[in-house]
Design a protein around this ligand. Sequence first.
Ligand code: NAP
Length: 527
Amino acid sequence: MTLICVPLVARTVEEMVADAVAAAAAGGDLVEIRLDFIEGFRPREHLPLLLRGCPLPALVTYRPNWEGGQYEGDDTTRFEALHIAMELGVDYVDVELKVADKFMNFISGNKPEKCKLIVSSHNYEYTPSCEELANLVASIQAVGADIVKIATTAKDIVDVSRMFQVMVHCQVPMIGLVMSEKGLMSRVLAPKFGGYLTFGILNAAKTSASGQPTVEELLEIYNIRRIGPDTKVLGLIANPVKQSKSPILHNKCLQSVGYNAVYLPLLGDNLASFLETYSSPDFSGFSCSLPFKVDAVQCCDEHDPVAKSIGAINTIIRRPDGKLVGYNTDYIGAISAIEDGIGGPGSKDAAISLLAGRLIVVVGAGGAGKAIAYGAKEKGARVVVANRTYEKAVSLANAIGGQALRLADLETFRPEEGMILANATSLGMYPNIDGTPIPKKSLSFYNVVFDAVYAPKVTRLLREAEECGVKVVSGVEMFIRQAMGQFEHFTGGIEGVMFSSALVLNSLHAKCFNISDYLYFLQLLKA
Ligand code: NAP
């Protein structure tokens, strides 16, 4: 089992002990006591207090500044402190590869049997090649480490794959972590690739390296105790990705139906190289969002016909034969949300769509804009496309047999009463929440206003539309429905799961909107 290690970075012994107690309560398995963070650290006085007060097994680290730590003194003083910790019965001691030989000489090769020696190497710049990483493992083994620790830095998400390759071939216990947000996968998937431990912090203020998730996220969102070699990897590839609620939603649903998979936020730079690098059957399905939905069409071997005509894909499934198949669930999600917004829940099931014959103004001609424009057209609506880059509005309008509009003309566009407005731009999306595609005074031209943006849940556009007495439909509605479609693709083919996934998502949906604080993920959606 991969252990969850909580790094303790408090400035005083008392705070360290309090954090160790909090780490145990949060569900950590051990703590890393970072002696270099303690101000005025006095080993003989402080170590017994720290180790006696710690309710979990402890790893003691005294990291020098030349390896990314806070300690600025000489090695001998550091080694003495580590030696005292060993004599006091500490479970693990970490020492840097660069001085590991020197440390072994210092302790004359004698360490208590109970104490495991972690020899570590940190690269804060990049992740070396597989060969270099393997050589590093060999050097660490050669100095007599019980556990190998290598931490590198991801410049690109594909860098993490090299760490995974080395971990699965390592013959000794290994901690292999890749720092930065792009390296998050290495931390969550440590149990899949045999990592000895992974770090989980108490909260964002108590981090010891970049990209560390909280213990709560590891346990509650990623369900890390259930991750093993056979766990499938799903995720959202996007840039930025931090703001997405998809990992919360999908992981909750995967847990509810007992499907052995984990869903990760994947901060990517290039979709094609990501899919090529993570090509094993275990990396079985991806959501894709900004800015990859159009690129995804090129990356897939086969396409759902609707997705192909939209020219944007938000779901990629790796079939058992390795072929990548692209789908677009945004289209169904958005259109059914708007239909239900016009006529109340269940309206999407009516024989004739409530969109038929209506005039809908779609603002935006990117992935979401195309999905809504094609979907509305298919339902018999008359579609007008407005976009910042006018040429894209023209091209989309021509493709679906609609009309194009310049964004500047939206303010005065009022050919008839009772129109529907759908924002499919990122205007108003966190963190630029003051953005809106249309002045407030023009919102009264519309009957229904839909905003694809779902973070925040109530955008400026929706707030102003409500103030004008217009019916509003939140992007959360689309988000839930597109996620339902994705979830069925991710889990499809497994007997019983299609049915229960729909049930779970339906019940999530019902609970979200009727009992708004019932579900954990919805609490976050309120942000
Ligand atoms: P996309 O393909 O990158 O398209 C972005 C669109 O926004 C383009 O039309 C772009 O216009 C426009 N835009 C960006 N910045 C703008 C600005 N400052 N002023 C005016 N227009 C601007 O993105 P997408 O995938 O379609 O996503 C668009 C939005 O929908 C995002 O906020 C996304 O989160 C949301 N969305 C929500 C859901 C959901 O489930 N609720 C699903 C999908 C998407 P140009 O063509 O001129 O660049």
